[in-house]
Ligand binder design. Structure first.
Ligand code: GAP
Length: 434
């Protein structure tokens, strides 16, 4: 992990938040390469969950909502972890994290005394308004989910969707995590990518949908390169279930800090719509034209973290091979798709041809503007520098290129080099970057 954290900072993936002021625990800023990686993760998710489906639409809802939403959703009453406090140094820990508690006791030579567990709410409070004393309180959303459910009727009335259908969203959520840590894994501010899939209130049908979405989500991580042996599904025990869940499975990743949750797939039953109907007094039911019946639909939810996905993609792609460090990121996730090098920076003909190739690649769809340029140092160093940030292909323009119209293309994963005609370069990359 230390190596990954250091690479992320050094190469511009992820920096500690507000670093020049001493930081703010549990916050992170994505640098130029991190922003691209995160964008690619979200784009692939949106493509597979919205664009390639006829039964799912997208939404983008507010971070700030009427505080009654959080009463209805159960978050003001239920959203928290039981904490215990060390009576010596007053540090607080989650009561269920035995390893961390034992570790802390060691720091007091085994003498720590603990308070009884007490529940702490994770919602982050926010004050709205300009006049001091007249400001009203609400919360930054603790999950992006509720923005979709409160709009259930708006979606029905403004579309032709029929159950079963889904609403997808990507956006920020905020939680006063008691123990932020493991780099971006547990942060106070993070991004979620979620699907709320509305189904008939029927045990068999809802479980069929549940199985479908659980497997589809697991396959998504594999399709973007995470090794199968590093992924598993784990069912929540009854006492682990969130207040809204009838059933829950986590997609877990085998990280350097243990098997950890990457995404939750939840059977939320009619919890959300029933509670919003009760608290708002608005009818949240659906009329099924075919069955001629009115009901409150049930919800199957897939809820993944963008930051966790990006972190696990990075960890899974990290390799140290002989004298190089390489990120074998899936080409769709890699920040740069290709890099172009003139063999020598002081030979204008080489630079001119390399520039032309660079400009052409920037325009072509497989690279989509994400092409790196490097003319410093020797070629070996340039390769290693691109390996470390996961660039799948490096294109070198040399003296033969001027005569024969071809270039050397070097593959990040195999390090093999081949000569490719400049006129075929775009189609070659198009094929490889699929
Ligand atoms: N709407 C359901 C929901 O929010 P969750 O299991 O609490 O369920 C879903 O969160 C996902 O959000 C998690 O699997 C994780 O990827 C991400 N997530 C949750 N808390 C996080 C945190 N503190 N830091 C980073 N990601 C987090």
């Amino acid at each position: 992990m230390d190596k990954i954290v250091s690479l992320c900072k050094r190469r511009g993936f992820i920096y500690p938040g507000s670093e020049i002021y001493g930081g703010l625990k549990g916050t992170w800023d994505y640098g130029p390469l991190g922003a691209e990686l995160k964008f690619n993760v979200k784009q692939e998710w949106w493509k597979s969950m919205v664009r390639e489906r006829i039964d799912v639409v997208g939404m983008s809802t507010s971070v700030l909502m009427n505080p009654k939403v959080w009463e209805a959703s159960g978050h003001t009453a239920e959203f928290g972890d039981p904490l215990i406090e060390c009576k010596i140094c007053h540090e607080r820990f989650r009561a269920d994290q035995e390893d961390i508690i034992r570790e802390h006791e060691k720091s007091h030579k085994g003498k720590a005394e603990w308070t009884e567990p007490k529940k702490f709410n994770l919602l982050v409070e926010a004050k709205i308004g300009v006049v001091e004393g007249e400001k009203s309180s609400t919360y930054l959303r603790g999950e992006i989910t509720q923005g979709v459910h409160v709009n259930f009727k708006n979606i029905l009335n403004s579309s032709r969707l029929k159950i079963p259908f889904g609403v997808a969203q990507i956006g920020k959520a905020f939680r006063n995590e008691i123990t932020p840590g493991n780099f971006t894994y547990r942060s106070i501010e993070f991004e979620q990518m979620e699907l709320q899939y509305y189904v008939k209130p029927d045990e068999k049908e809802s479980m069929r949908q549940y199985e479908f979405w659980k497997n589809l989500r697991l396959d998504w991580y594999k399709s973007l390169g995470i090794k199968s042996e590093n992924l598993r599904l784990r069912e929540h025990k009854k006492d682990e279930l969130a207040h809204y869940a009838r059933a829950a499975w986590d997609i877990e990743y085998n990280s350097p800090f243990g098997w950890k949750e990457c995404e939750g797939v939840h059977h939320r039953g009619d919890w959300d719509l029933s509670r919003h109907q009760e608290f708002s007094g608005q009818d949240m039911s659906y009329f099924d034209e075919e069955a001629k019946e009115k009901y409150i639909p049930w919800v199957i939810e897939t809820s993944g973290g963008v930051d966790r996905a990006a972190l696990f993609f990075l960890i899974d792609a990290y390799f140290e091979e002989k004298d190089r460090t390489v990120l074998k990121l899936h080409p769709k996730l890699a920040p740069y798709k290709a890099a172009v090098f003139p063999l020598l920076a002081n030979k204008p003909q080489l630079v001119e041809l390399a520039r032309k190739i660079y400009d052409d690649l920037c325009q072509c769809p497989p690279a989509g503007g994400m092409v790196a340029w490097d003319d410093r140092g020797n070629i070996g160093k340039r390769y290693y520098s691109q390996d470390e940030i996961g660039t799948p292909f490096c294109v070198t323009v040399d003296f033969d290129s001027l005569e024969k119209g071809d270039v050397t293309v070097r593959d990040r994963d195999t390090t093999k080099q081949e000569r490719i005609k400049i006129s075929n370069l775009t189609s070659f990359l198009e094929e490889k970057l699929k």
